[in-house]
Design a protein around this ligand. Sequence first.
Ligand SMILES: O=C(O)c1ccccc1NCC(=O)[C@H](O)[C@H](O)COP(=O)(O)O
Length: 278
Amino acid sequence: MRSILTAASERDDSAERDRLAVDARSLTDAIDRAERDGRVPVIAEVKPTSPTSDGTREDDPVELATAIVEGGATAISVLTEPTHFGGSPEALTRVREAVDVPVLRKDFVLDEAGMDVVEADLLLLIARFVGVREPTDSRASRNATRSEAELDELVTAARDRGFQPLVEVHNEAELDAAVDAGAEIIGINNRDLAELEVDLDTFESVAPEVPDDVTLIAESGISGPADVRRMREAGADALLVGSAIMDHDGDTDVTANTRALVRATAETETETQTQTQI
Ligand SMILES: O=C(O)c1ccccc1NCC(=O)[C@H](O)[C@H](O)COP(=O)(O)O
């Protein structure tokens, strides 16, 4: 993980620092629209590859994103890290121009300089990798590689630049730090970024501690409709899904893969009706 972070820091140091004001698309509005339409709110990730993927998706990111939106995605996440995830800031810019849903920049942003590279509606901040103020610092993950920047400063800096910050946590200590930092959108990542293991129990154990006024995202390891229902029952307002949609080794239709997740609840209702009729 350290090498990914080092690479992120070097890229951002050399990047152009002009952050252009964008007319940001609201994630919470998009979630509300999805709920009204009867769609499960899915933030679908353009994720060409990853350290834990079996293959690489070579399709053009814009084609992937437009196909995913056709499948009913509420928002798009674009991985912009090039070395380990096959992404780029240019891909994010092109995707955002091509779709009308909110777009999340998914990368390892460690400081304010890392925010000034691309236009996006949402920006990921990973609590594990940034500093947190006392007293929560003593309770946060102690062995993580951390930037010098404080989480609350980065949340404010992100908002000042017009981003909606999505603060990612993996345990209750990081959740406390995110809430203290004023995060309004919090993602609980089922993937342990130290061990790279995925466990959906993570969301179920941390979600009950999340304040009601926070928009809560379940991230990683959601492999199909049953996992969607499980995360929704545990309190997820939206789901962030990459691998199950990309299908790195199978190369299947991303529109159909997205639709299967977006309709997961409707499938339950259909299943229930069918069972009742029987
Ligand atoms: O996905 C990885 O292998 C990975 C490895 C190391 C650090 C981060 C990683 N993923 C970032 C993510 O958070 C996921 O791309 C995202 O939550 C979607 O997860 P999934 O649906 O399991 O692909």
